[in-house]
Ligand binder design. Structure first.
Ligand code: UT7
Length: 355
């Protein structure tokens, strides 16, 4: 049987940090409210387009795997905030990397896009269509954020992560997953003004109105991720006790705690980095997964459970297996272009451009 082993991993977080106190300078909110209701302290605001964040994350993933762009058969780019819809974003990453041999596709399932991309690439490797792939979860959501709406503006940030997968005869990579969508509730997390439906209707990019029914999304997030986890564990005949580490989507610390309680998972098995980045949508779960690997939290012979949730309302839960403790072969010296702009300045520029 062929598996799709995870051989490389990398992330790219833009340097500008927007703190809760920064948000309170232009929104009726406070550090106390945001921290106690979400667990978030700061998030990143990008000074470059999403493809550039993704490119740097891919260079780092390739270096960790000890591979070059010539080794890549497929690029799957998961995001909701593609720089352009035609041509696709994966082709831009292909060009930046010089990965001419790679097939290129984009996947949009909102916050779960990185995880659906992992499924797509894994399935194509397992079925023999390709032997290697770069999987991207990346988001630059700040330009289409409704910065006047405190219900959503405090929750999101920008970032990117990438994995390099390769065919392997050893048991490794995604062993099973469950995917689904609460389509009947798709309107409770929706961005009006963003898509072809609005073409020629006098809208400009950034003139986005977010429908965001937080408490309803909260309940669906816990229900969707819990159901996904239970169904994936059942497919593998595993229980929560067999899981070494849970790396959940980071939308709200209270959602993570509720999920852990529902699945009877002890908090020391749950990876949390929400305080640093907020919800980076498609990038969230993969950035958390990459950080868990980088911090040495992933051991040999470990099963990692990765539940995610997002607009759609899509949900997913993957179990990933490592036979050996993951170790990077090397590091990349590729960096983002420097900026001296603060996150607050970048946000003020967006507000000005769209008002
Ligand atoms: O990636 C998947 C997508 N996202 C999610 O899964 C998010 C799911 N939902 C949530 O995380 C939570 O529902 C929120 C964090 C969005 C909101 O937390 P909550 O505990 O459900 O608060 P709430 O909506 O019930 O609002 C409580 C109060 C309200 O005031 P009143 O009506 O009690 O006077 C809000 O107007 O908090 C107010 N409020 C705020 N106050 C200060 C709402 N947003 C803010 C804010 N700062 N940013």
């Amino acid at each position: 049987m062929t598996y799709a082993a995870i051989k490389g991993w990398g992330k790219c977080l833009p340097p500008a940090k927007l703190t809760n106190d920064d948000l309170a300078t232009f929104l009726d909110t406070s550090d106390e409210w945001i921290t106690s209701r979400t667990g978030m302290k700061e998030r990143r605001i990008s000074h470059v387009p999403v493809s550039e964040l993704a490119y740097v994350a891919c260079e780092r993933a390739l270096a960790a795997a000890g591979k070059t762009a010539q080794d890549v058969d497929l690029i799957v780019f998961g995001s909701t905030t593609f720089d352009e819809l035609c041509p696709n974003a994966a082709s831009n990453v292909q060009r930046m990397l010089g990965a001419e041999r790679a097939a290129c596709m984009d996947v949009n399932t909102a916050c779960t896009s990185g995880m659906y991309s992992l499924t797509t690439a894994t399935a194509m490797i397992k079925s023999g269509v390709v032997r290697s792939a770069l999987v991207i979860g990346a988001e630059v959501i700040s330009p289409i954020m409704d910065w006047k709406n405190r219900d959503v503006a405090v929750l999101f940030g920008d970032g990117a992560a990438a994995l390099y997968l390769e065919a392997s005869e050893q048991k490794a990579g995604v062993l099973a997953e469950s995917l689904g969508c609460f389509g009947e509730s798709r309107d409770i997390l929706a961005v009006e003004g963003w898509g072809m439906k609005y073409a020629n209707k006098g809208r400009v990019l950034g003139d986005a109105h977010w429908n965001f029914i937080g408490q309803e999304i909260f309940k669906k997030a816990v229900a969707g991720m819990a159901h996904g986890c239970e169904s994936t564990l059942a497919k593998l005949n595993l229980t929560a006790e067999d899981i070494s580490l849970v790396v959940p989507h980071q939308a709200n610390l209270r959602i993570i705690d509720s999920l852990a309680k529902k699945l009877s998972l002890p908090s020391e098995k749950v990876f949390v980095n929400i305080e640093k980045y907020g919800n980076m949508s498609a990038a969230t779960a993969l950035v958390a997964f990459v950080e868990a690997i980088e911090q040495g939290d992933v051991e040999a012979h470990s099963h990692i459970l990765i539940p995610a949730f997002g607009g759609g309302l899509t949900w997913s839960a993957h179990v990933v297996y490592f036979d050996l403790k993951p170790r990077a072969e090397s590091t990349s010296n590729v960096q983002l272009p420097a900026t001296n702009k603060s996150a607050l300045t970048l946000v003020e520029e967006i507000i000005q451009a769209t008002s």
